[in-house]
Design a protein around this ligand. Structure first.
Ligand code: SAH
Length: 221
C-alpha cells in the first residue's frame, strides 16, 4: 500500500529510503518495522525550519520544549514489541505524532494521549495528511491511561516516569507488554513489563534519556 504522493513528498523519497537503509545497518531487521518507516513521511511531523533534516537519524525540536525522538530509537522500541498487526496499542506522549503513524502501520488500532494542546493539534493535522485511519487521539494526562478503550495489547510510554504508573498496569491486557522509561529526571532504564494474569514480569532493556512524563502518576511540573 502506497501513501498518497502529496503526503509522501516526491522530493523526500530518496532521503527516506536512505534512512531505512541506515536503520538496517544499525541492526533493525524486522521487515514490518522497516516498511513502516518507508511508509511514514517524517518531514510532515517536524517544523518547516528543520524539514531538510527530517530523514537524518537525529532527534529534532518540535516546539513547546519537546522533541521528536531519533528514528533509530523509535525503531528499536518498535522492534522490541514485535507487533503482529492485530493489536490494540496505547501510546502515551503523542508529541509530533510520528511514532503514532509508525504504529498505525504495525497494529490494528492506535490510541494516543498527549497533554500539550498545541502539540496534539499539530500532530492531528500531520496524522491526517499521512492518511492513517486507525488512530484515535486524546488530550489529557496519559499517566491515567485511556480507560475507555482498555485493555491494550501493548502500551508505549514516550516520556520518562519516576515509577510505572499504576493505571497503565491495570489497562494492560493479559499477555500484554508495556514499554516505559523509569528512573530519574536525567537518566532512566527502559523497562518492558509483561502481564500474565495478575502477575507482572519486568525486564530492563537499556539505559535511555527521555523528556519527563508530567502528570498525577508521573513527575510534577
Ligand atoms: N514519540 C514522540 C515523542 C514525544 S516527546 C514523537 O515522536 O514525536 C514526549 C511527549 O510526551 C511530549 O509531547 C510530552 O508533552 C508528552 N507527555 C509528557 N507527559 C505526558 C502525560 N502525562 N500525558 C501525555 N503526554 C505526556
Amino acid at each position: 500500500m502506497d501513501s498518497p504522493v502529496s503526503a509522501t513528498g516526491r522530493q523526500f523519497g530518496g532521503a527516506r529510503r536512505r534512512l531505512v537503509a541506515e536503520l538496517q545497518e544499525k541492526g533493525i531487521t524486522d521487515l514490518a518495522v522497516l516498511r513502516a518507516f518507508d511508509l511514514t513521511p517524517r518531514h510532515l511531523f517536524v517544523p518547516t525550519g528543520v524539514q531538510h533534516r527530517a530523514y537524518e537519524d537525529s532527534s529534532l525540536p518540535i516546539g513547546n520544549a519537546q522533541t521528536i525522538s531519533q528514528p533509530s530509537v523509535h525503531a528499536r522500541y518498535l522492534q522490541t514489541l514485535s507487533l503482529q498487526g492485530t493489536e490494540r496499542v496505547l501510546e502515551i506522549g503523542t508529541g509530533s505524532g510520528y511514532q503514532t503513524v509508525l504504529l498505525s502501520h504495525l497494529a490494528a488500532q492506535v490510541f494516543s494521549v498527549e497533554r500539550i494542546g498545541p502539540l496534539l493539534e499539530r500532530a492531528r493535522a500531520a496524522i491526517g495528511k499521512s492518511a492513517a485511519t486507525n488512530v484515535s487521539l486524546q488530550l489529557g494526562d496519559g499517566t491515567h491511561g485511556w480507560a475507555a478503550y482498555a485493555p491494550y495489547d501493548a502500551i508505549l510510554v514516550s516520556a520518562a516516569s519516576p515509577d510505572v504508573p499504576q493505571p497503565l498496569l491495570d489497562q494492560l491486557a493479559d499477555g500484554g507488554r508495556l514499554l516505559v522509561p523509569v528512573g530519574g529526571r536525567e537518566e532512566q532504564q527502559l523497562l518492558m513489563i509483561t502481564r500474565s494474569g495478575t502477575a507482572y514480569s519486568r525486564t530492563e532493556l537499556a539505559p535511555v534519556r527521555f523528556v519527563p512524563l508530567v502528570g498525577d502518576h508521573g513527575w510534577t511540573e
